[in-house]
Design a protein around this ligand. Structure first.
Ligand code: URA
Length: 229
């Protein structure tokens, strides 16, 4: 027997509504509710689990109306050969790995803007030997032909040899930055994959070319960044 459960997709919990609109993590917005700062249709709301009709109800925070906008967040394991210019201006065609696909412009800005210094970690294979000297050069900053040298980057050597394997964490995201940093040291990146961005990690079980919706825990971590924490 099949049981159909009718759900009103316009109804969502008040704490989820507030968190998705960038007012903080679930526990932070619960505090806003408990301290009487949130009203639904002019009446102070006290329960985080109260259901809100996103089209009909008016939610306000300290008197300021917050309109609901449905945002979607997906983790994509980008294959090489796929252009992603509309959702990420720093990944290039032959770079693989973690990409956040979202219509949440404010969050994208927080994650991708070079001025926000969100850490991004790449796994790379390098043609040639990567040495301890390179670790220091990356830490000190490298001249890649921009106005200023790159900010300190953390290089971890996984394997050093005629082809080396490394992980590099940068906090800027200048155009083709990883390749240009190695080029400046006379070395060539032959494979590049983004494995993390801020709190998001590329899941081991997310096959190249596939995507999945963010978990609640991942969304919560992003909401923390969006609310500027
Ligand atoms: N390609 C690069 O070379 N560097 C980046 O940081 C991203 C894509």
């Amino acid at each position: 027997m099949t049981v159909y459960v009718e759900r009103n997709i316009n109804m969502i919990r008040l704490d989820k509504f507030l968190s998705e609109m960038g007012l903080g993590t679930r526990s932070e917005v619960k505090k806003l509710i408990k301290t009487g700062q949130i009203a639904i249709n002019g009446t102070v709301a006290v329960k985080p689990e109260t259901k809100v009709d996103i089209d009909a109800d008016e939610v306000s925070v300290n008197g300021r109306i917050v309109k609901y906008q449905r945002y979607e967040y997906y983790l994509f394991n980008k294959p090489s050969g796929c252009v992603s210019a509309t959702c990420d201006n720093v990944l290039d065609i032959d770079t693989e790995g973690l990409l956040l696909i979202t219509n949440d412009g404010a969050l994208s800005h927080e994650l991708l803007s070079p001025s926000k210094h969100v850490a991004k970690t790449y796994y790379a294979r390098i043609d040639g030997e990567v040495t301890w000297d390179d670790i220091i050069r990356f830490k000190e900053g490298i001249d890649i032909g921009e106005e200023r040298p790159t900010k300190p980057a953390e290089l971890v050597i996984k394997k050093s040899g005629s082809v080396s394997e490394i992980e590099l964490t940068i906090t800027e995201g200048k155009f083709h930055q990883v390749k240009r940093m190695f080029e400046a040291l006379g070395k060539r990146v032959i494979y590049l994959k983004r494995i993390s961005m801020g709190p998001l990690k590329l899941p081991d079980d997310l096959k190249t070319g596939t995507y999945r919706a963010l978990t609640q825990a991942e969304t919560d971590m992003l909401m923390q960044i969006k609310s500027g924490k």
